[in-house]
Design a protein around this ligand. Structure first.
Ligand code: SF4
Length: 357
């Protein structure tokens, strides 16, 4: 898809024309990855974070937030529950915590792989290549690291780096690919200062990197953060991308069109903006994955990256049945097995150069 067409869809407001975009994304989804919706059991196993991203409720200087790290035994119980509920993947997610020993996580991954048939996805932020290699060796299959925005100045403004490290997530994604992970990334939509040109660049990068998984969500600032406290003063500047539900669907649909074989989740952030039908609409506009939350209920309240997050008070036993009924209600079926990215298998048989545009 040409850049001008991406830009024109991002700016489109006519509902009939947008219906054509949703149909095109849904047709592409059906023909390239089928009707199965894969369930990924999400375990938010720790909320410690050394970073101070300007919008995130887990930021290091949110001192009132109780911090936790689940024990390996608690995580293994979650893994068993994920198997029992019929999900094929466990997603282990945490804040970015350099004090989390790589060996500790490698041990947890190894124990999950030896006692369950689950695929393991890690989402624990920026780490050294040595750690990523150790986790891959222990059996981790996939890694999620969103680059959030390709506008370098904008990224730096809201993601201050740690003192001894410069963030370069595109380089990190190359490293992860070299280590033979199934690689996922994505962006936030509507960051203050983000333009349509920026967002079009992001979508071009999805294609240039041939991502295996693409997760996108609206920008929602936690109130206990600098951007949350700043609020939205007056009208947004011209050219500012709005952090809306509709814009999120547009990016999901365009991601499907530029990366037709990728796995694309309909995210909790969408369900937060529209609790009734947000997840379903994401699935009907290009997505093929959902991530039921299997984190024990007592910890969920402390993993509020943004406020009013959906599914915080539910129990792990609630989320999978809820997702199954939503999937069936839109005439889709629940995927079985790992639900590996078809993009990765296609790439394995026909290597694709990993280039930025
Ligand atoms: S966005 Fe990630 S790295 Fe930044 S403060 Fe939140 S959890 Fe930490």
């Amino acid at each position: 898809m040409e850049r001008e067409e991406i830009l024109s869809w991002l700016r489109e407001s006519d509902t009939d024309r947008l219906d054509a975009l949703w149909r095109r994304a849904d047709d592409t989804r059906r023909s390239c990855v089928g009707d199965a919706v894969h369930l990924r059991g999400l375990v938010e196993f720790a909320n410690r974070c050394a970073r101070s991203c300007a919008y995130c409720g887990l930021r290091a200087d949110h001192h009132e937030l109780p911090r936790y790290r689940m024990t390996p035994e608690e995580i293994l119980r979650c893994a068993d529950q994920i198997v029992d509920s019929g999900c094929g993947t466990i997603v282990l997610q945490s804040g970015e915590d350099p004090s989390l020993p790589a060996e500790w996580l490698a041990d947890v991954v190894g124990r999950i792989k030896s006692r369950t048939p689950l695929a393991v996805t890690l989402s624990v932020g920026e780490r050294d290549e040595r750690d990523w290699a150790m986790w891959r060796q222990a059996g981790a299959d996939r890694y999620l690291l969103r680059f959030e925005t390709s506008n370098r100045a904008l990224f730096d403004r809201i993601h201050p780096p740690l003192p001894d490290r410069r963030s370069d997530r595109l380089a990190d994604l190359r490293t992860l690919r070299r280590l033979n992970y199934e690689v996922g990334s994505g962006v936030m939509i509507g960051i203050p200062g983000q333009t349509y040109e920026d967002l079009a660049n992001d979508i071009e990068i999805f294609a240039a990197m041939s991502l295996d998984m693409i997760g996108v969500g609206p920008f929602i600032a936690h109130p206990r953060t600098p951007l949350g406290r700043a609020g939205s003063a007056g009208d947004p500047p011209a050219g500012q991308v709005p952090p809306t539900e509709e814009m999120t669907y547009k990016v999901i649909a365009l991601a499907r069109l530029v990366c037709p074989r990728a796995n694309i989740p309909s995210t909790t952030a969408l369900a937060t903006l529209n609790r009734q039908t947000g997840r379903e609409l994401g699935l009907m506009r290009g997505a093929n994955v959902v991530m039921p939350n299997l984190t024990p209920t007592r910890y969920r309240q402390w993993y509020e990256i943004y406020p009013n997050k959906a599914c915080v008070t539910e129990s792990p036993g609630d989320c999978v049945p809820c997702m199954r009924s939503r999937i069936q209600a839109i005439d889709r079926r629940v995927g079985v097995g790992h639900g590996n990215s078809r993009n990765r298998s296609a790439r394995a048989s026909q290597p694709i150069e990993f280039q930025e545009p």
